[in-house]
Design a protein around this ligand. Structure first.
Ligand SMILES: CC(C)(COP(=O)(O)OP(=O)(O)OC[C@H]1O[C@@H](n2cnc3c(N)ncnc32)[C@H](O)[C@@H]1OP(=O)(O)O)[C@@H](O)C(=O)NCCC(=O)NCCS
Length: 189
């Protein structure tokens, strides 16, 4: 199948799978409460962008090579969702977390997982990761993939708790620097 035909198929899968996915309410901790996780609509992409920039600001000047998420523009974030979409997490109706996903022929890629600093440690990123499994299943995909950095040990621990296994460690694909990208995969079912 040609690249264009494959992209066309993926976009059609995307449209039909996203239509059928409803928001979910999940319990969160410290203090106990509820979060709502939902697919982001295009008019909410600026909100995702704000959350991403706030969440990744802590890495500004601290990573080598730097994370593109620190300086990402709204256009870049939107472009990265062209073959997928976004997820938003709300607490008391306020958006506090987000992530993007991309449909690939054999897996769902998850990127830019972000939770506002004041809302961390309550299980919001975990709830977003669980929701990504619903999206993957709706798209008929049985594998999820994501990348983090060797230096981000707490992130690696978070993903391992969610069943992700390290598949490789590689130099950053775009920028030179000592910190490596850790690729992780989770098989569903
Ligand atoms: C990573 C991140 C999304 C976790 O969000 P969260 O809602 O706090 O995650 P959860 O509550 O579901 O799980 C908490 C776990 O997240 C991981 N974590 C990583 N950085 C963390 C942080 N700064 N604060 C709290 N937890 C963090 C830890 O494993 C933590 O468990 P621990 O407290 O036992 O160490 C959030 O810290 C964040 O936005 N960080 C900056 C952006 C980033 O690194 N994104 C991931 C890129 S691969």
């Amino acid at each position: 199948m040609s690249d264009d035909a494959q992209k066309g198929n993926l976009r059609e899968t995307l449209r039909s799978c996203l239509r059928g996915i409803s928001p979910v309410d999940v319990p969160i901790l410290k203090p106990a409460g509820m979060a709502t996780i939902a697919i982001a609509q295009p008019h909410q992409f600026p909100c995702m962008h704000e959350i991403t920039r706030c969440a990744f600001a802590e890495y500004d000047g601290k990573l080598n090579p730097p994370s593109a998420a620190v300086t990402i523009t709204l256009d870049e974030l939107t472009e990265q969702m062209a073959e997928g979409g976004g997820v938003l997490a709300y607490v008391d109706g306020i958006p506090v977390g987000s992530a993007l996903f991309r449909l690939r022929p054999d897996h769902l890629y998850i990127g830019r997982l972000s939770v506002l600093p004041a809302m961390r440690g309550r299980g919001i990123a975990s709830a977003i990761l669980d929701y990504m499994e619903i999206i993957a299943a709706a798209a008929g995909l049985s594998e999820m993939r994501l990348g983090t950095r060797v230096s981000m040990e707490r992130n690696i621990a978070l993903y391992e708790r969610h069943g992700y296994l390290i598949t490789s460690e590689q130099p950053h694909p775009v920028t030179a620097g000592p910190d490596k990208v850790v690729w992780m995969t989770r098989r569903l079912n």
